[in-house]
Design a protein around this ligand. Structure first.
Ligand SMILES: *Cc1c(COP(=O)(O)O)cnc(C)c1O
Length: 358
C-alpha cells in the first residue's frame, strides 16, 4: 500500500510499523542495544536504531521528507545551526524560542556567527536582511507571540539569494503545515511538545526534503548527530511514536478548545490582548495588569497547570518573561497558554476565576 495516498490522520496511526507479515509484531520495536553483530548496515547504535527508524519513517512521511530523531529539540536546532559556516550571518525573528536566541547570542559573542534580528511578519524587512546571509531561521507561529510569517514568500526570496532556510515547526506540527512544501530546507521540531504530546519525555527531530540538496543536508545533519552524539534514547523515541498515534485527534480537540477560548478571552475585562493565529492550540494573552498580576493569574489556576513547556494533553499556562533569556519584545504581562484536550467549559471557568485575581 502506498502510504502517500493516505490522509495524515491515517498516517500517524499506520506508519513506523513492521511489514504486515504473519507473526510480525504490530507494535513498533523497542530496541535496547549499544551494538550489532558485525557486517550489517549499522554496526554501533550511535549510528542507528530500529526504534529511531520507526519514528523517523512516520515523521518523515508527515513532513514530506526524511527525518532524523535527536535527543531534544535543542539538539536538532544545534545540528541545523551547524550548517552555518564560521562567520556566517543568521537572520532570526526578534522573538523566537529563547533557546534558539540564546544559542545564537552565545555564538555571536564568541565571534562564530553574526545575527540579524527581524520582525518575521514584515516580509519586506526580512527580505532586505537576506542579502549575504547564510541562514534564515523561521518560526511561524512564533513562540510565544504567535506571529505568522509568509513562509512561502520568505523562502522563495531566500533561495534566490542562496540562503539556507530552517523552519521550527513545533507549534503548527506537520498536520497544520509542511514547510518543506514551501521550499524550506530543514524543518526542526521539539518532539517534546505536540508530536509526543504527553509531557513525559524530551526529544527532537530535523527533517530535510527529498531533493538532491535535501539529501546532502540530511547527510550532514546525520553525521553531526553521530559525531556529536546528541542521540535519542530508544525508550523516549518509542514513547514519542506511541504519542504520535493520537496526534490528529489531540490536535483537533485542542485546537477547537483554543479557538473557543480565544474568542471568549477577547471579551474578558481582565484581558488586554489575545494573540491567536486562527489555527493550532497555542495562544497568548496580555493581561490587563502588570507582571505581578499575570503571575497571580497563573498561580491561581487549578485545572490549568502552572508550568513551562507546551503541547501536552493537559492545558498549561505560564508568564513567559519569568524565563531568563526571554526577549524584551515579549510583554512582561504576557501569559502563554498551551490549550489541552480537557472539557472546554472546565478550562474556561478556571481561567475566568483566575483572571479575577488580577
Ligand atoms: C520547546 C521548544 C524548543 C526546544 O525543544 P526541547 O525539546 O525542549 O529541547 C524549540 N523550539 C520551540 C518552538 C519550542 O517550543
Amino acid at each position: 500500500m502506498d502510504h502517500d495516498e493516505l490522509q495524515p490522520a491515517t498516517r500517524v496511526v499506520a506508519l513506523g510499523r513492521a511489514p504486515r507479515e504473519p507473526g510480525e509484531q504490530v507494535g513498533a520495536p523497542l530496541t535496547l542495544t549499544s551494538t550489532y553483530h558485525a557486517d550489517g548496515p549499522v554496526n554501533y547504535a550511535r549510528g542507528g536504531n530500529p526504534t529511531w527508524s520507526a519514528f523517523e519513517e512516520a515523521l518523515g512521511s508527515l513532513e514530506g521528507g526524511d527525518a532524523l530523531v535527536f535527543a531534544s529539540g535543542m539538539a536538532a536546532i544545534a545540528a541545523a545551526l551547524s550548517l552555518v559556516p564560521h562567520g556566517g550571518r543568521v537572520v532570526v525573528p526578534t522573538a523566537a524560542y529563547n533557546g534558539t536566541l540564546v544559542t545564537l547570542a552565545d555564538r555571536a559573542e564568541a565571534g562564530d556567527v553574526v545575527v540579524t534580528h527581524v520582525e518575521i511578519t514584515d516580509t519586506e524587512g526580512v527580505v532586505a536582511a537576506l542579502d549575504g546571509a547564510a541562514m534564515l531561521w523561521i518560526e511561524s507561529p512564533t513562540n510565544p507571540l504567535l506571529d505568522v510569517a509568509d513562509v512561502s514568500a520568505l523562502t522563495q526570496a531566500a533561495r534566490e539569494r542562496g540562503v539556507l532556510v530552517v523552519a521550527d515547526n513545533t507549534f503548527a506540527t506537520p498536520l497544520l503545515q509542511q514547510p518543506l512544501e514551501w521550499g524550506v530546507d530543514v524543518v526542526v521540531h521539539s518532539v517534546t511538545k505536540y508530536l509526543s504530546g504527553h509531557s513525559d519525555l524530551i526529544l527532537g527531530a530535523a527533517v530535510t526534503g527529498s531533493t538532491d540538496s535535501g539529501r546532502a543536508l540530511h547527510e550532514r545533519i546525520r553525521r553531526h548527530r553521530q559525531l556529536h552524539g546528541a542521540i535519542a534514547g530508544p525508550m523516549e523515541t518509542w514513547l514519542a511514536l506511541r504519542g504520535l498515534r493520537t496526534l490528529s485527534v489531540r490536535l483537533e480537540r485542542a485546537s477547537a478548545n483554543a479557538s473557543e477560548l480565544a474568542s471568549r478571552l477577547g471579551a474578558h475585562p481582565g484581558v488586554a490582548k489575545v494573540r491567536y493565529p486562527g489555527f493550532g492550540a497555542m495562544l497568548a494573552i496580555d493581561v490587563a495588569g502588570d507582571a505581578a498580576a499575570a503571575e497571580r493569574v497563573a498561580a491561581a489556576t487549578q485545572v490549568w497547570t502552572h508550568s513551562t513547556s507546551l503541547g501536552g494533553v493537559e492545558s498549561q499556562i505560564e508568564r513567559r518573561r519569568r524565563q531568563p533569556g526571554e526577549p524584551e519584545a515579549v510583554p512582561e504581562e504576557l501569559l502563554r497558554l498551551s490549550v489541552g484536550i480537557e472539557d472546554v467549559e472546565d478550562l474556561w471557568r478556571d481561567l475566568d476565576r483566575a483572571l479575577g485575581s488580577i
